[in-house]
Design a protein around this ligand. Structure first.
Ligand SMILES: [Zn+2]
Length: 140
């Protein structure tokens, strides 16, 4: 039985037993029952508010989980990208125009040319010369 029901039962009991509210004890008991009823109503309201808060908190928690998983996936992607960068061979050459040192990876090598970031000179590679060391990849 909930508190509110117990208080209602107590109230009915007092009335049923003919509590004399004109006497001092009866008057005090009557006021006490009223106070109990108010408290029971307040507790019920607080429980309802708390249930609403928990619902809201669950919604926020779910949203947060989505954000976390999104961020976590982003991190994983970045780590994979980093690893790819580290694995890829980095080549070095010197710009014949301005003598700036250039670093580039295999992707640039596949294109056959690289543009000097310093002077804008377009450098072309002879792929056969550069890939001589890696010969023996035609085994498919
Ligand atoms: Zn240059």
């Amino acid at each position: 039985m909930e508190i509110l029901e117990k208080v209602a039962y107590l109230k009915g009991l007092a009335e049923g037993l003919g509590l004399d509210t004109e006497k001092r004890e009866g008057k005090i008991l009557s006021v006490m029952i009223d106070v109990l009823e108010d408290m029971a109503l307040e507790i019920r309201d607080m429980q309802e508010e708390q249930a609403d808060l928990e619902e809201g908190l669950d919604a926020v928690s779910d949203d947060l989980s989505e954000v976390e998983s999104y961020l976590y996936e982003e991190d994983e992607d970045e780590e994979e990208d980093d690893e790819e960068d580290e694995d890829g061979p980095v080549y070095e050459t010197t710009c014949p125009n301005c003598e700036e040192e250039l670093f580039f990876d295999e992707d640039v090598l596949d294109d056959g040319c690289v543009v000097c970031p310093n002077c804008g000179e377009k450098l072309e590679f002879d792929l056969e010369d550069l890939s001589q060391e890696d010969d023996g990849e035609d085994e498919e």
